[in-house]
Design a protein around this ligand. Structure first.
Ligand code: SF4
Length: 327
């Protein structure tokens, strides 16, 4: 598929639920959200139909997000059904990792056909972790990371939203990880959607400096990483793993945007940082052809913005909270 600026759109990010067992400050509004009923969210059958239709038009990469996707029952079976769609080349998931180390979940996801996984973890200090996530259990997430590595999901990526919570002990932990395992640790610039997490912005340049200082080595750029999306990757000498930096605010990457999103309540979102949404649920539920499904996505992409205009000043401009988009 092409958008209105002739960018190739081959990547669909699907939020399968708005439920989450964490309350991250920069994702979930402080007052919480009115949860969607099972009737209000797209069924797995509806999602599989959309994936199949778009697959016939070049959308070969699928990422499953939430809320917390592992909270939705039947998620493992859903993944195995996506995997059976022969146009899908890459199947990934973003999770907070808290459920990944339980009941062999990571291995079951791998067996179902999941290729790779991103786990959100902003700090390794349990107090700060609990503060940022509202109630998250750091140990569960650490167990989830181990589970993902042991299960052979590859690559395993950590998503670290850069806030003042990021300490030197966090950098040391991440440093050890990249020397011990082929993990990718990505530092993501905080995007002003929802409540500001903690204090002022911390620049990506500052994080790079701290890594080089602690690592006593220069971060060498790494090219052509599969599935790298907007991240720029670097490696410290002798490290198995890598560090990635994602800069949607200071150095956006909209010119190479290849993605479209689908929210749990059935809205096509052509851009994360715009309020433009197209309702596909009503079309599906009143009965439609596959061409009509494709047509609605094409319509939404035709008016996708060239680039975002979000700035740290205008916090309220993006109405839909992140928990209802899935990043
Ligand atoms: S802000 Fe919008 S256009 Fe830019 S990369 Fe994100 S989704 Fe794409």
């Amino acid at each position: 598929m092409l958008d209105g600026h002739k960018r190739i759109i081959d990547y669909l990010r699907i939020s399968v639920t708005d439920r989450c067992n964490f309350r991250c400050r920069y994702c979930m509004p402080p007052q919480g959200i009115q949860l969607l009923s099972s009737q209000e969210i797209l069924s797995y059958e509806e999602l599989l139909r959309i994936i199949t239709v778009l697959g016939q038009h070049g959308v070969s990469k699928i990422r499953i997000t939430g809320g917390e996707p592992l909270l939705r029952s039947g998620i493992v079976d859903f993944l195995s059904r996506i995997r059976r769609i022969d146009t899908i080349q890459d199947l990934s998931m973003t999770t907070n990792g808290s459920l990944l180390g339980q009941n062999h979940m990571a291995r079951r996801l791998k067996q179902a056909g999941l290729d790779r996984i991103n786990i959100s973890m902003d700090t390794t200090n349990s107090m700060r972790f609990a503060y940022i996530t509202g109630q998250g259990q750091l140990q569960q997430v650490l167990a989830g990371i181990e589970g993902a590595l042991e299960a052979g999901l590859h690559p395993v990526k950590l998503n670290v939203v850069v806030t003042e919570a990021l300490s030197d002990s966090d950098i040391s932990y991440f440093m050890n990880q990249v020397y011990q395992s082929p993990i990718a640790i990505r530092f993501i610039e905080y995007m002003p959607i929802g409540e500001k997490p903690m204090g002022q912005k911390v620049s990506i340049a500052m994080v790079k400096n701290r890594i080089e200082l602690q690592g006593q080595g220069i971060l060498e750029p790494v090219m052509n990483i599969a599935g790298n999306g907007p991240a720029k990757y670097y490696r410290l000498p002798g490290a198995q793993g890598m560090f990635g930096f994602i800069t949607p605010m200071s150095e956006h990457f909209c010119h190479s945007c290849n993605r479209v999103r689908l929210t749990a309540d059935g809205k096509i979102k052509s851009c994360l940082l715009s309020n433009h949404e197209v309702d596909i649920k009503s079309l599906l539920r009143r009965g439609c052809t596959d061409e009509e499904i494709y047509g609605l996505f094409a319509e939404a992409l035709e008016v996708k913005q060239l680039q975002h205009s979000l700035d740290y000043g205008d916090q309220s401009s993006v109405r839909r909270p992140m928990v209802r988009v899935g990043g």
